[in-house]
Structure formats: C-alpha cells, structure tokens
Design a protein around this ligand. Sequence first.
Ligand SMILES: Nc1ncnc2c1ncn2[C@@H]1O[C@H](COP(=O)(O)OP(=O)(O)OP(=O)(O)O)[C@@H](O)[C@H]1O
Length: 348
Amino acid sequence: MGSNIALYVAISVVCFAISKIIMAVLCYRRWKRRQMLIQDSFRGGKLVLFRSPTIKPNVFLKKTTKLSNKDIIGSGGFGTVYKLIIDDCIPFAVKRLNRLGGAADQDRGFQRELAAMGDIKHRNVVSLHGYYTAPHYHLLIYDLMPNGSLDALLHGKSINKMLLDWSTRYKIALGAARGISYLHHDCIPHIIHRDIKSSNILLDHNLEARVSDFGLATLMEPDKTHVSTLVAGTFGYLAPEYFDTGKATAKGDVYSFGVVLLELLTGKKPTDETFIEEGTKLVTWVKSVVQDKREEYEIDSSLVDFPVEEANNVFSIALMCLEAEPTNRPTMAEVVKMLEQIKPEDIK
Ligand SMILES: Nc1ncnc2c1ncn2[C@@H]1O[C@H](COP(=O)(O)OP(=O)(O)OP(=O)(O)O)[C@@H](O)[C@H]1O
C-alpha cells in the first residue's frame, strides 16, 4: 500500500516536471519565432525585429542604416528621431540613441529591457517594432504617428490647434489615461513611465493618443537622460515629492498626467507664468480656479464651443491628480473610470 502511494507520488512529480519542461520549450520556441535577428557584419551591428513578418529584414537593415539628416523629424533629450519608409508605404519612426560605452552584461540588460518593451501592445501605447544595435549607437524602431505630438499640436502653429476641438481633447485625455493605466496596472512587471508630458503623447491618423518613450528613462543612465531633468522626468511635470525623494512612482506619473490635463484644458504650457506667478504652485492655482468656479474663464480661448460641465469635471479630475500628497491622488485606473463617466455615451 505504502509503496503504491510512493509510486503514485513519484509518477505525479515526474509528469509535473515533464509538463513544465514542455511548456518552457514551447514558450522559448514561440519567443524565438517572434524575434528575428540579423547580423550586420559590415558595421558590426545587429538588427532585432519583434513582429514585422511582412517586412523583409534585409530591406529593413539597409534602410535603417542609411538614414540621413533629410529624414529627421525631430530631436529630444534621448536622441534624434528619423522617418523611415519601407516599401514606399510602411512608415516607422527611428530613434537614434548614442551608446554609453557599456559593458557586455549592461548590453544584455539593455536588450532584455527592449525585448520586454517589444512585448507591450495596446491601442494607446506606441509599439516598438525592434532595434538595431551597433558599437557606437542604438536605433529603436517605432510606429510612426502621423499627427506628431500633443505638445506640437497645442503649442505649435495655431492652424494645427483647430484640430483640437473639445471632443478630440477629451478623446486624447481618455486615450492617454488608458495607455498609462495599462503600463501601471496590466504590464507584468508594472511599468512607471517617469516622463509623462505632452511631447510624449503622440497622435495617430485618427488623433487617438499613444503614449511614447515608456521605459527609456530606465534604459538610459540617469545623468544622460535630459537637460531639463533632475534625474528623470521634465521640469513643469514633476511631482513635488520627486524633488525630495528623487524616486519615480506611479503616483508621480498621475501628477504629470494631471499637468497634461491642465494643458489640454487651458492650452497653456506647464511652465506658463500663470501657473508659477509669485510662487503659486500649479496645484494651488487649480484649487483656486475650482473653488472660485472660474474654470470656464480659464479654458483655452481657441475652444469656442464646449460643454462647460464636462470641462469643469475634467478640471476636478486634474485637481485630484495634482494633490500634493501622493496617497491622495487617484490611481490611473481610477482616472480612466472618472474620465469615462464624463461622456459615457462616447466610450469605445
Ligand atoms: N513614433 C513617432 N512618430 C512620430 N513622431 C515621433 C515619434 N517619436 C518621436 N517623434 C517626434 O520626434 C520628436 C523628438 O521626440 P523625442 O521623443 O526624442 O523627444 P521629446 O519627447 O520631444 O523630448 P524628450 O526626449 O525629452 O522626451 C518629437 O517632435 C516627436 O513628436
């Protein structure tokens, strides 16, 4: 009897171990299939594509390594961004990062991070298609967002601002909130963006928001990230506690998102003198606007026709996000729910 039990236990343990090994092999094979690696012996680099089976890797490699100044669409604290068109019709944005001369194991960490970023797929997050790594630089390959950044639309040429009517602004706010909420709550491990701002909210052909640059702050060495940055993040968007602790948190992202909401509502930059007049902090300013019921008068003057109650509700959400005490701020999942309640008929 006793020996029968021992036999059953042994068989169960062996079956369990075999099933785990089979699962691991299947996962590895699936992962291998999803990643395509091409060695570039000419430049001593390699191209890794996560999920672009329709594109011939050699065409990709040739075009990616031939980008020039005429292809530049912008530049930021991390590097220069180029437009890359494959087969005359498939557009990508390629971000060039200068290498920090890291050791081989640092490089492996970098590549692991990129592979994890490549796994992230959400309609409000800019997808990473792959990367090219060479001795002196890295190239990150993203979807190209044809309508550029929210920052450029809001604060660039005034003609562009006409695209941003009230329902578009609401759609952008909700989309960006969903993208950040996905990074915070649904990605394993959870991702803190660390640099939420209007120039990192890009817009697709339907003016749907896509959060970009997630993970970059952690990929790059802190002191190499941004000129206007204390450690990571951008002045005007940083939560007050960050100046004391230097620690990036999900509630810090919530604060930065509150600043973006204010930008959408008022059309002003977070560094606008209205917000910093005589030492007035952003949160104090919003609080006084909401308490004195002045929201309507602070709305962007280029918004001629908008539902006042909806705008007031967005103001109140911004105020909650900008609470000085991080624990008093809502989570991004709660922000999404509150925004959805403003226009329940519009929710898709
Ligand atoms: N995937 C993309 N599609 C279209 N344009 C993009 C894309 N990624 C970046 N850009 C544009 O390239 C420019 C530089 O972007 P980048 O992210 O390097 O800098 P930034 O966000 O302005 O500043 P920072 O580096 O401080 O985050 C911006 O004008 C941005 O709109």
